[in-house]
Design a protein around this ligand. Structure first.
Ligand code: NA7
Length: 542
């Protein structure tokens, strides 16, 4: 690539060797670019390396949560379950690293601390936590949407005499749990997945809950050979369906994730008998079948009541059941959770629920966690308290663009990008599944393939036309941000009493904002491809 007089370590530095970074390396190397990947972890896999807590599992069917770029890879890889557990996905990503000889361009245990754009040469200077400095023309951020761990700052936490672990930073050699007094904080996907597994091994499990979860039985089961062969026999057609769909799904495997809402079913007009029949037929999913619950808060509250009824029918102790009933936010505000025996776990004698709304945390002491009602003695304290999502992995790096402006400061009121690909003021910096794209809503592997393909085409175009710089234009970025906002209007993600990692409400001081385009991947990619066809409209190419 035309690098003039300056010495470049690579054409492109990719930050992160998770799913996005691995595929970016493969695709960009295939186009003849010199690529170096920098990864903080000692292994590849990203999310599927770090989140190795007991029970960690994907909530998208395995046969769809996988890459389609190589039909041979698709045919040779055998998934064992409808919803793959973490070790299997980690093995899959390691297999990809080996199969395409990716490791030679990946530097492990090399976190990126700072990135500075040098406008005199149109290059990025990348500083690592290991003290290295690299220069590249372009940076591609493959830093993930749920990768910047968040942990509460409880008073006295550092005095705790036992072991503190976080689900998203689970040690590779495990944590001793057998027979011990274990506490867990957090009831999102991570907590809900971990709780039944921890209860199995711990001597006693104490669950500290701030907000009750909407979670549905996953109905996970082994994939039969016949099911797998059937999907593999028509994989091209199914992948095509994924690439062209709003959420990169093809409903291939027959795994029942949820009973989807029927637009014609209106809970506001339903009778008590009809609701009872729905409970008998669908169980917890009876709360999800109503078309009017998606946008109408009154209908939503009626659907939530069906969910609560299922909790009361499942959990024996009425007080515990009451605490486990979601009360003050709508279904659809947070990402739905899939579980394996979550509510049933609270019927065990060796599991205690502490409802932090009634019994708040006072402090942590060497012996355990003190709440208003007294000390809960613990040997291990597990935080499943989520992430500074979507933008956090980017704002935690000191990214300095034109005139030294800091990305973190530019995004104080929420991230601003042109379609999640790039941000004005930060030339030659491209993002995979960045804020302002469809983001975490569409199935990652096919979604990543589409985005990386678009980025690779852009970089190819720059090389072919001998340009050294690409930057999002402010007007185009403003117009796109307005469109993202318009698409989110009226959605439950921004309901008045909804606070979640989607909208930044889970992190104190973070701007409340939904940096996710709700218009669907199909419309998003059509727009991206149209921009490309019009000579990368909205981008300044120099
Ligand atoms: P989530 O979904 O953000 O869940 C985090 C949980 O931790 C949630 O129940 C929070 O309660 C709780 N939390 C956070 N801070 C505190 C404090 N200070 N005290 C008590 N409880 C707290 O993260 P996950 O890792 O479970 O899942 C993230 C995504 O990964 C998931 O949606 C899937 O897409 C995969 P809150 O609701 O804020 O009251």
């Amino acid at each position: 690539m035309g690098n003039g007089d300056i010495e470049l370590d690579a054409d492109i530095v990719v930050v992160g060797a998770g799913m996005s970074g691995l595929y970016a390396l493969k695709a960009l190397r295939d186009r003849g670019f010199r690529v170096i990947v920098l990864e903080r972890a000692p292994e590849v896999g990203g999310t599927w390396y770090w989140n190795r807590y007991p029970g960690a599992r994907c909530d998208i069917p395995s046969l769809e949560y996988s890459f389609g770029f190589d039909p041979e890879l698709e045919q040779e890889w055998e998934w064992t379950e409808h919803f793959a557990a973490q070790p299997e996905i980690e093995r899959y990503l390691n297999h990809i690293a080996d199969r395409y000889d990716l490791r030679r361009d990946i530097r492990l245990s090399t976190g990126v601390s700072a990135m500075t754009f040098d406008a005199t040469t149109d290059t990025w200077v990348v500083d690592t936590e290991t003290g290295e400095r690299l220069r590249a023309r372009f940076c591609v951020m493959a830093t993930g949407g749920l990768s910047a761990p968040h942990r509460p700052d409880w008073p006295g936490l550092d005095t705790f005499a036992g072991e503190i672990v976080q689900t998203s930073l689970w040690p590779e050699d495990g944590v001793e749990l057998e027979g011990r007094r274990v506490g867990i904080v957090g009831n999102g996907s991570s907590g809900v997945q971990a709780i039944p597994e921890l209860a199995e091994v711990a001597g006693h499990l104490t669950v500290f809950q701030r907000t009750a979860a909407f979670t549905w039985p996953s109905q996970n089961r082994p994939l039969t050979e016949a099911e797998q062969a059937e999907v593999k026999s028509r994989y091209r057609e199914l992948r095509a369906a994924q690439y062209a769909s709003p959420l990169a799904t093809a409903h291939t495997t027959g795994a029942v994730i949820f009973t989807f809402a029927d637009p014609d079913k209106r809970i506001l007009e339903s009778t008590a008998d009809e609701r009872e029949a729905a409970l008998a037929e669908h169980g917890f999913s009876a709360a999800r079948i109503w078309g009017d619950a998606a946008k109408d808060l009154e209908a939503n509250e009626m659907a939530v009541e069906l969910f609560r009824e299922m909790v009361r029918r499942t959990v024996h102790d009425p007080e515990v059941a009451d605490s486990l009933c979601p009360k003050d936010y709508p279904i659809g505000c947070k990402r739905p959770v899939l579980d394996n025996g979550y509510f049933e776990t609270f019927n065990r004698d060796d599991v205690t629920l502490v409802d932090l709304r009634k019994d708040p945390v006072v402090e942590v002491v060497p012996a355990g966690v003190v709440t208003a009602s007294g000390t809960k003695e613990l040997d291990v304290l597990v935080f499943a308290t989520g992430f500074d999502a979507v933008s956090g992995a980017l704002t935690r790096i000191d990214i300095r663009g034109t005139d030294g402006r800091l990305l973190r400061d530019e995004w104080t009121d929420g991230p601003r990008t042109l379609m999640g690909f790039a941000a004005a003021g930060f030339p030659n910096l491209l993002m995979i599944i960045g804020p302002g794209s469809v983001g975490v809503l569409a199935t990652y592997p096919p979604h990543i393939e589409l985005q990386v393909g678009w980025i690779a085409d852009l970089l190819d175009h720059l090389r072919a036309t001998e340009r050294t710089c690409v930057e999002a234009e402010v007007e185009a970025q403003d117009a796109w941000c307005a469109e993202v906002e318009a698409a989110a209007a009226g959605s439950m993600f921004l309901a008045p009493n909804c606070s979640s990692w989607y909208n930044g409400g889970n992190i104190a001081g973070k701007a409340r904002n939904l940096p996710i385009y709700l218009g669907g991947l199909d419309r998003y990619m059509a727009r991206a491809n149209e921009m490309a066809a019009n000579g990368y409209e909205g981008f300044a190419l120099r």
